[in-house]
Design a protein around this ligand. Sequence first.
Ligand SMILES: NC(=O)c1ccc[n+]([C@@H]2O[C@H](COP(=O)([O-])OP(=O)(O)OC[C@H]3O[C@@H](n4cnc5c(N)ncnc54)[C@H](O)[C@@H]3O)[C@@H](O)[C@H]2O)c1
Ligand SMILES: O=C(O)C(=O)C[C@@H](O)[C@H](O)[C@H](O)COP(=O)(O)O
Ligand SMILES: [Zn+2]
Length: 368
Amino acid sequence: MTPAAAQPTRIRIAAENPYEVVVGHGVLGEVAPLVARADRVAVLHPAALIDVAVRVVADLERAGHQVVRIDVPDAESAKTVEVAARCWAVLGHAGFTRSDAVVGVGGGATTDLAGFVAATWLRGVGLVTVPTSLLAMVDAAVGGKTGINTAEGKNLVGVFHEPLGVVCDLDVLATLPLTDLRAGLGEVVKAGFIADPEILRLVEEDPAAVLDPRAPVLRELVERSVAVKARVVSADLREATSVGASVGRELLNYGHTLGHAVERREHYRWRHGDAVSVGMVFAAELARAAGILDDATADRHRAVLRSLGLPTAYDPAAFDDLLAAMALDKKTRGSTLRFVLLDGLASARILAGPDEALLRRAYAAAAA
Ligand SMILES: NC(=O)c1ccc[n+]([C@@H]2O[C@H](COP(=O)([O-])OP(=O)(O)OC[C@H]3O[C@@H](n4cnc5c(N)ncnc54)[C@H](O)[C@@H]3O)[C@@H](O)[C@H]2O)c1
Ligand SMILES: O=C(O)C(=O)C[C@@H](O)[C@H](O)[C@H](O)COP(=O)(O)O
Ligand SMILES: [Zn+2]
């Protein structure tokens, strides 16, 4: 799958306006051409990514754009309506029109915020995402889901807004803390279970190698995970085709029903990828308890996630709180909880309205 190391890989997303996810080394120069028609460009980034942002800004200025750099809070504290409002004020003050553009440089929290700001300013201006964490490269910056959190839960406010392009420069992963690289692998493993078992084989073959940002295998994992996301979102951009037990884009929500509830209970201090890891083990136990998933595939979840040092269980006493939070999951319909479960490797279905007793049993098994 990976061509010569120097060549970027281009993965196409078949949106209404198709776009590419570029994966490679030293590819930040691909940002400026994507916003060629904009006069003004806002570059949103947290302080931790100032070096990358400054390089993007310099390129944009060389290309003749008027650039506004917006320093946003780090991680989940960026995903608030107050921060979005501050960004809207900057865009308004700088006179951003519909032909102007927003560039998000950072992890998934930053690209979610940048996407939300781009989607809502004047009801939609151009967006380019420059993911700098593994998680954002393989998942958050791709596919057009944008959002912010509210007191009631995770990503409860947002819109679909496709980017003009996504630029993944693998060189920037050199500064990513190990804990965040590991969290990103949570979503990589998700892509393996839901659609591409070769990902699981690569991780299991050498878990230590995939925790090294310079390892060639990491590029293959990024490309494979982006390819999974590209296939799923290209078929169901707006998460509209899960009917009955069949699964459209909701497939990408594997492990997220419980995962988001954990994040909320932890006031967003847990890393998203860590919470998804716990959520996938719960989903595997739920599928096993419901009699639809074989023991080997269920057990494989805990084994592969543990081999990466990811958490696989959460507070055994938290079930009631988590159940309450899951009521506001976006897959819930009325009072019916819906879970994406596997009935085999790379084979999923929706389980709607499981008994509370079954959920409790699965939670206890996951926590054991
Ligand atoms: N929109 C989607 O489809 C989608 C998909 C998956 C996840 N998400 C969202 O993405 C977020 C999680 O993303 P994340 O794990 O990237 O978290 P994050 O954005 O909070 O980044 C994690 C930490 O890594 C730092 N960081 C990022 N890149 C760095 C680099 N190259 N060098 C040094 N530090 C760096 C950040 O500053 C932050 O402190 C969550 O809010 C989640 O809900 C969205
Ligand atoms: O792109 C999607 O669709 C996903 O569900 C990907 C998830 O990894 C991601 O965390 C997403 O933000 C969750 O979406 P939500 O609709 O449950 O908030
Ligand atoms: Zn996720």
